[in-house]
Design a protein around this ligand. Structure first.
Ligand code: NAD
Length: 496
């Protein structure tokens, strides 16, 4: 599918704009949040604003289901079978899920069909395969003792997701939580509340007991905060900004020292050495890493650090690559530059670029709104040269298609420039010299380092997560699964 009629999809959303609790739709009569589609700014539906009572209702249902549905006590292979069926249903539901996701988010429908939906399904399938793989271990003890650890689910996991890849981000939370036997209360972003409701429906169809997967709608200050602080939430998993992550960590500490996984913001460097093979391909890679989803990606490669000898040529080729992008609605075919999530966010991007130029940066290209056939907020991919480590565009996570360029002459200089005072989410190294690549892999303070590529593959075993203020703990991989388990230590005295 590469296009759809937004009016028809918007009508289908309005019918089901509620919470999903205990396997049932809950539609609020009270406060609501208007939900706009980024492509044209039209408010197409409203989502309820779940208050503390509604959160309590959802957590109570999850707790009851955890205790009575048999989900955590089920044979792990049976839980895996149900989760594989869930994954199959997601993949088979692309025709419904993809327009739902594209309508309310910044993801062009063609990309949602090709990547977001399959990646969501595969993420669930990957964790289904974990369900019977890690049960704990027998440990070395005195001969008369038997010592072991038993892996157990936490109970009810509170999951909070961002707006930039609503389905995929939700799957990274619910996949490992369910495989480990937990129940979940998920709060999607108030800007993209609807597509995960379809996941919750499919979960029931797959055989996940009602109450194991609950979706509660609302904002961060009211609903998210109430969820994190709820006494029956045993573990919190969050993806979003570093600012909100700090508030959530504090709330977890204040409300019962809850364990928390935080996947936060980034300002990731792309380091290109003069010997990097195929400069044209490198240029396409750099352009893709800042332009995909209009830069609204946590691991956006937003700081280009390039060896002086190839800087002019590389930047010129990047400009050519981004010039090919076409702004358009997420429901139109041919859209390669999607909208910015909101007018507020577009104005923020604009402000950072303008202030950076006022501070002395040079606008190489872009620096203004893009012309588009729909009235959403579109921003041209922008390159800023002549920046320093102090320039606002180099310091701030912009979450837009803005690439800053700094040059270096030595490996040491590249490494020093790569270090960001706050963030350490990801980094890219482009070089033909394997020794240098490995030195940088070791030295870079980043949770992920890509060498001669940039971005994730389908290798779900590779975990993702940040160093420094980019986060704590991992999603994906074995670590993402273990984060949803707690380990009970058992020591048996065999002499009595
Ligand atoms: P955000 O922090 O504004 O919101 C994320 C979610 O948290 C939303 O559901 C929001 O309602 C909720 N929230 C906000 N404040 C809260 C609070 N005090 N208590 C509880 N919940 C609260 O982030 P966003 O704008 O939705 O997403 C963009 C950010 O997410 C960027 O910083 C990006 O880098 C980050 N992100 C990180 C990753 C990663 O894997 N590291 C992935 C995607 C996005």
């Amino acid at each position: 599918m590469d296009q759809f009629d937004p009016a028809a999809v918007a009508a289908s959303v309005a019918e089901k704009a509620g919470h999903f609790i205990g396997g049932e739709w809950v539609v609020e009569g009270a406060a609501h949040i208007g939900v706009a589609r980024p492509s044209d700014g039209v408010v197409y539906a409203s989502a309820p604003l779940g208050d503390a009572q509604r959160v309590d209702h959802a957590v109570d249902n999850a707790k009851r289901a955890f205790r009575t549905s048999g989900w955590p006590r089920m044979a792990p292979r049976e839980r895996a079978r149900i989760l594989r069926r869930f994954a199959d249903l997601i993949a088979a539901d692309t025709a419904t899920l993809a327009p739902l996701e594209a309508l309310g988010s910044t993801r062009p429908v063609r990309d949602v069909c090709a990547w977001d939906v399959p990646f969501t399904a595969e993420g669930i399938r990957f964790y289904a395969e974990f369900a019977d793989k890690l049960g704990g271990e027998v440990v070395a003890t005195d001969y008369d003792h038997l010592g072991m650890t038993i892996a157990e689910p936490y109970g009810v996991v509170g999951a909070i997701a961002p707006w930039n890849f609503p389905l995929v981000m939700a799957s990274w939370k619910i996949g490992p939580a369910f495989a480990a036997g937990n129940a979940v209360v998920l709060k999607p972003s108030e800007m993209t509340p609807f597509s995960v409701l379809r996941l919750a429906e499919l979960a029931i169809e797959a055989g996940i007991p009602p109450g194991i997967f609950n979706v509660v709608q609302g904002d961060g200050a009211t609903t998210g905060d109430a969820l994190v602080r709820h006494p029956d939430i045993a573990k919190v998993t969050f993806t979003g900004s570093t600012r909100a992550g700090s508030a959530i960590m504090a709330a977890c500490a204040q409300s019962g020292t809850k364990p928390v996984t935080l996947e936060l913001g980034g300002k990731s460097p792309q380091i290109v050495f003069a010997d990097a093979p195929k400069l044209d391909e490198v240029a396409r890679r750099i352009a893709g890493a800042i332009a995909v989803n209009a830069g609204q990606v946590c691991v956006a490669g937003s700081r280009l650090l390039v060896e002086r000898a190839v800087a002019d040529e590389l930047v010129s080729r990047i400009e050519q690559a981004i010039a090919e992008l076409r702004a358009g609605a997420t429901w139109a075919s041919g859209t390669t530059l999607p909208p910015i999530i909101s007018e507020t966010q577009a104005a923020r991007i604009e402000g950072i670029v303008e202030r950076s130029v006022a501070e002395g940066a040079t606008l190489y290209c872009g620096g203004r709104r893009a012309d588009a056939p729909v009235p959403g907020a579109f921003y041209l991919p922008t390159i800023l040269t002549g920046v320093t480590a102090q320039t606002e565009a180099v310091r701030a996570e912009i979450f837009g298609p803005v690439l800053t360029v700094q040059t270096f002459d030595t490996e040491e200089e590249a490494l020093a420039l790569a270090s960001h005072p706050e963030y350490g989410l990801a980094a890219g190294v482009h070089t033909a010299d394997i020794g240098r690549a490995l030195r940088l892999v070791r030295a870079l303070e980043a949770g992920t380092v890509w060498v001669n590529r940039y971005g994730r593959s389908n290798d779900f075993m590779i975990p993702t997560g940040g160093y420094k203020r980019s986060g704590m703990g991992k999603d994906l991989g074995r670590q993402g699964y273990e984060a949803h388990l707690r380990f009970k230590s058992v020591l048996i005295d065999t002499r009595t």
